[in-house]
Design a protein around this ligand. Structure first.
Ligand SMILES: NC(=O)c1ccc[n+]([C@@H]2O[C@H](COP(=O)([O-])OP(=O)(O)OC[C@H]3O[C@@H](n4cnc5c(N)ncnc54)[C@H](OP(=O)(O)O)[C@@H]3O)[C@@H](O)[C@H]2O)c1
Length: 279
């Protein structure tokens, strides 16, 4: 059991730097059991979305656990199909009802819409915050020009941009833009859906630290500033492993070696119907 997970902070708001991803979960009973196990083991940050169909399971797992609401961080997202303000509002209400919560800690626009102006969706996002449905708001899969537009449109500061980031992709442009506007970064697909776990460099570093390849890949992300990760796993062992990464630090040399892998430029989440023009 992990007692205390480090946080990343934006203006006095603290978010646990490791969360549990809940996309592509198996059948409901197994999903609820895995999420509940994560909560029992010390996870205090859960990442879900209307699109994943996992909000109900997250809600059930929270209800059956002993965790206090104010010790928990829940992120959910509104899909681009609900980018118009009225639809957006309904989606947030549906999410809260599925989660059985009065508010989420972080509400994200899941993907930028191609058909609805950014300003309309960002206004709806701000409305949700002002109505107390979300404590913090942010964006996901936003590129540099879209980040700039969202920042310009938003009445409230944007807390986070959730983007694909792992050792096989170079996201320097987006990271720099987020840094410029003080926006934290959450890495989705932080293990490149397992594709980096056989890499020889990651494996030799893992052996040196007596850690698993997944732990090394996650630690490489977390040792960069203002970063959090939301890995997903389907076994107790992997769920536990992915958060047991605070008893070691990678050396500068090992960090640099892993950074060379970014030249692979592997983008995993790239749906044609949703993708913006990537930086
Ligand atoms: N904002 C967005 O657009 C967006 C897009 C995609 C994902 N997300 C979020 O990001 C989360 C993570 O992404 P993801 O689930 O696609 O990919 P991921 O976390 O990079 O990888 C999951 C894969 O890694 C394996 N794995 C996990 N922990 C492991 C360990 N300790 N050792 C060995 N293998 C391990 C899992 O294997 P098993 O299946 O065998 O457990 C699974 O195949 C999602 O669940 C979701 O919450 C957000």
């Amino acid at each position: 059991m992990i007692n205390q997970i480090p946080h990343i902070t934006r203006k006095d708001v603290n978010m646990p730097c490791v969360g549990l991803g809940t996309m592509l979960y198996p059948e409901p009973e197994k999903a609820i059991d895995l999420i509940r196990h994560a909560l029992d083991y010390g996870y205090t940050h859960i990442d879900t979305a209307r699109k994943y169909g996992s909000e109900n399971w997250v809600g059930e797992a929270i209800k059956s656990s002993n965790i206090q609401r104010d010790k928990l961080w829940v992120t959910t997202k509104v899909t681009e199909d609900n980018a118009k303000p009225d639809d957006f509002r309904k989606s947030v209400e549906t999410s809260l009802s599925a989660l059985n919560l009065d508010y989420v800690d972080l509400l994200l626009i899941h993907w930028p819409s191609r058909s609805v102006p950014i300003i309309d969706t960002v206004c709806a996002l701000n409305d949700a915050k002002e109505e107390g449905l979300a404590l913090n708001i942010g964006i996901s899969n936003f590129t540099v020009p879209l980040i700039e537009e969202a920042v310009r449109c938003s009445r409230s500061e944007l807390f986070c941009n959730q983007i694909e980031y792992h050792a096989y992709i170079n996201q320097d442009k987006v990271l720099d833009a987020c840094d410029k506007y003080g926006i934290l970064v959450t890495c989705h697909v932080p293990l490149a859906r397992g594709k980096i776990l056989n890499n020889p460099i990651i494996n030799s570093i893992a052996q040196k630290y007596m850690k698993s390849p997944a732990q090394i890949a996650l630690k490489w992300l977390l040792q960069q500033s203002r970063i959090s990760v939301v890995p997903r796993a389907l076994s107790y062992k992997e769920i536990e492993e992915n958060i047991s990464i605070f008893d070691f630090d990678l050396s500068e040399d090992d960090m640099s070696q892993i950074s060379t892998l970014r030249s692979n430029n592997l983008r995993i989440v790239d749906p044609e119907v949703r993708r913006p023009v990537w930086d």
